[in-house]
Ligand binder design. Structure first.
Ligand SMILES: NC(=O)c1ccc[n+]([C@@H]2O[C@H](COP(=O)([O-])OP(=O)(O)OC[C@H]3O[C@@H](n4cnc5c(N)ncnc54)[C@H](OP(=O)(O)O)[C@@H]3O)[C@@H](O)[C@H]2O)c1
Length: 371
């Protein structure tokens, strides 16, 4: 609420104290002396009243920010349509590809990554996308720190900023934990966890400079619960969740949002690319059990929806000023499962998962489960 009386705001410029007049009195008078308002009002004296008025509704948001890039902050807070510069990793296929297409159609400048020939992928993905949409591809393997840094450098050279990072690059591997070597686990961690880390580290200095940005880490339902015969993959996604929760709090004071999206089963290239751990190929102990569980997963994935709903969710998150920590994307049954994990006693939940993935509860006598 404003009154029409005038209020003085003051700041120092060139060592001299300057006093200027603001056309109203905000309810929270601290807003008048906040560095963001002062910085902006020095550059845009006419807009000061609008700025203070706009932040009066959400003073906390202003208090979190450093006094740079105020124009961005104001645009964002006033809910104007902003054209963003967005990096989507793993954009050649599946969820990443759907995100890259949807976001470029929404008018953003999108840079997708692939390990393949970027020109080929660009031609493939851009088919059916309006030629005026800005969607380019860069060659990046997220296990290569230098390649990630170079790609971000190229984006900054071309577009001057980076507003969002969507970490989609990833793959799954299957095999009983007993059949998974340290190398199997390291391989999936290198892409799913460290790849996400490398990309976050590459964009954060710029996002901190801008005092704004959103990072969306594509986790999985397997980041909430261990899935049998997907132990290494589940471990990688649990690690992504822990890292994201920590990062989110660390960069919040710089105006950067970090969000988890947990897809359920979607029909993408994920199923076909799933790797089988080397020992699982030769060890008969878990073979039939694993086949049964994997066939349930593959049926769910390939019978699932195409990934456009995840892309729409990501697009909505980018328009949200204060997004939640995590969003589940997928069929209702999978959203319910994620909720049940929180409320059910662990052993009950485990029993449900074992039934679902057709795991024989077994053999108390210790005989082989392979029959
Ligand atoms: N589909 C599902 O049901 C599902 C469910 C939960 C979570 N997810 C997660 O969603 C994300 C995307 O998976 P998707 O389903 O879209 O699978 P997808 O169709 O196989 O796409 C995976 C993408 O990741 C890229 N990629 C893989 N390894 C990479 C590396 N080392 N460096 C750079 N890019 C790499 C691939 O690109 P190139 O081969 O062109 O380099 C590809 O574009 C993954 O993190 C996955 O764990 C998927």
């Amino acid at each position: 609420m404003h009154t029409s009386s005038e209020t003085k705001t003051s700041t120092r410029k060139g060592g001299r104290r300057q006093t200027r007049r603001c056309g109203f009195v905000p309810q929270d008078r601290r807003l008048l002396t906040h560095p963001c308002v002062l910085a902006y009002s020095l550059a845009e004296p006419q807009s000061e009243a609008g700025v203070v008025g706009c932040f009066e509704k959400k003073p906390d948001r202003l208090a979190m920010r450093a006094p740079a890039s105020v124009a961005d902050l104001i645009e964002e807070t006033m809910g104007r349509d902003v054209q963003r510069v967005i990096l989507v990793t793993g954009a050649s296929s599946g969820i990443g590809r759907a995100c890259a297409i949807a976001l470029s159609r929404n008018g953003h400048t999108v840079y997708g990554t692939t390990r393949r020939e970027p020109a080929d992928v660009r031609a493939e993905v851009r088919r059916g996308v309006d030629p005026s949409c800005h969607l380019e591809f860069l060659r990046v393997d997220v296990t290569d720190t230098q390649a990630v840094q170079d790609a971000v450098g190229q984006i900054l050279a071309a577009s001057g900023r980076i507003d969002a990072l969507i970490n989609c690059a990833g793959f799954g591997n299957a095999g009983a934990i007993e059949d998974s070597t340290a190398a199997d686990l390291l391989a999936v961690l290198d892409t799913n966890l460290l790849g996400t880390l490398r990309c976050c580290r590459a964009v954060l200095p710029q996002m901190r400079r801008q005092c704004s940005g959103t990072i969306v880490n594509i986790s999985s339902i397997a980041g909430r619960m261990g899935i049998p015969f997907q132990g290494s993959y589940s471990a990688s996604k649990h690690a992504v969740e822990g890292m994201t929760e920590a990062l989110r709090m660390e960069v919040r004071p710089f105006g950067v949002n970090v969000v988890l999206v947990e897809p359920g089963d979607f029909k993408t290239g994920f199923t076909e690319r799933r790797q089988i751990t080397s020992l699982a190929k030769d060890n008969p102990v878990y073979a039939s059990q694993m086949r049964r569980s994997l066939s349930v997963m593959e049926k769910d994935e390939q019978g699932g929806a195409t990934p456009e709903p995840v892309a729409r969710l990501v697009a909505r998150i980018l328009e949200t000023a204060s997004p939640r920590v995590r969003y589940v994307a997928g069929p209702v049954s999978e959203k319910v499962a994620a909720g049940l994990k929180r409320v059910l006693p662990s052993r009950w939940f485990e029993r449900i998962l074992m039934m679902y993935y057709r795991i024989d509860r077994g053999s108390q006598s210790g005989q082989s489960l392979d029959r």
